[in-house]
Design a protein around this ligand. Structure first.
Ligand code: B12
Length: 208
């Protein structure tokens, strides 16, 4: 099932992708599991890009098709949380424009009751620190898909520490290329390549 969805995405077969997403939702499958399969498809597309079989135009086409699938999936992710359980400031750091995964995490975090302050993409180091000062979040979150974004995140973390704000926030970094090494490099408290796992870690940070 999952494999065919990933394969349909790699073939840019819009009817097959949207048809399977709709069918699996109708069959009662969890939207997050469907997103994981689409994420695997994006991973395959990245591999084709690496080997030179795909170009930037294919990355753009895949992003567009993913967005269409998300239009169907997103309403199913949204919950009806009544009370705010905590504040998250999130952004994709300077130099990085990827936001599909960040937006998915924002949706599930909001659905779980977090107040999410999304700074968008290509966010300068200073903007993260200003937002921590303004919003006073319990959690500062980065989404990074490019290795070149690691230095921007480290810069933001250094400035947060310099301003004496480090102890006021827990920091999590998410995104396809993120590993424990990246977490340690920037000095974060957690890392993940999965939105639901990230949500669990955020809830744990607040001891919910
Ligand atoms: C789609 C895509 C694009 C689209 C992005 C559109 C958009 N609006 O986001 C476009 C075409 C713009 C693009 C451009 C480029 N891309 Co690109 N792109 C991809 C691709 C194929 C898929 C990424 C994606 O959306 N995946 C699906 C989502 C759902 O997965 P995800 O992001 O991992 O998110 C999940 C989790 O990680 C988690 N999550 C994400 N963020 C966060 C944050 C928190 C706090 C938490 C808790 C969780 C969390 O939640 C999500 C759901 O579980 C990847 C391949 C790959 N393997 O990922 C390459 C990839 C990321 N791109 C790559 C490259 C090189 C580029 C370009 C430099 C290409 C070029 N030559 O111009 C440019 C850079 C532009 C820039 N400055 O940012 C490389 C990066 C290599 C590297 N290690 O640095 C990759 C890995 C492709 C490859 N070579 O293998 N790209």
């Amino acid at each position: 099932m999952g494999k065919s969805l990933a394969e349909a995405l790699v073939k840019f077969d819009e009817d097959a992708v949207l048809g399977e997403v709709t069918k699996r939702l109708d069959d009662g499958e969890s939207p997050m599991q469907i997103i994981r399969d689409l994420q695997n498809g994006m991973g395959l597309i990245g591999e084709h890009f690496n080997t030179g079989e795909f170009f930037l135009s294919e990355l753009l086409m895949s992003a567009d098709l993913f967005a269409r699938a998300m239009e169907i999936l997103e309403p199913r992710l949204e919950g009806t949380a009544m009370d705010t359980i905590g504040r998250i400031v999130i952004g994709t750091p300077k130099g990085d424009l990827h936001d599909i995964g960040k937006n998915i995490f924002c949706t599930v975090a909001k659905a779980a009751g977090f107040e999410v302050h999304d700074l968008g993409v290509d966010v300068p180091v200073k903007r993260f620190v200003e937002a921590v000062e303004e919003v006073k979040p319990q959690i500062l979150a980065f989404s990074a898909l490019l290795t070149t974004a690691f230095n921007s995140m480290k810069g933001a973390m250094d400035l947060v520490t310099e301003k004496g704000l480090r102890d006021s926030v827990k920091v999590i970094v998410g995104g396809g290329v993120v590993t424990e090494t990246v977490m340690n490099f920037i000095g974060a408290d957690g890392y993940t390549t999965d939105a639901m796992d990230g949500l669990r870690q955020c809830q744990e940070f607040l001891k919910l």
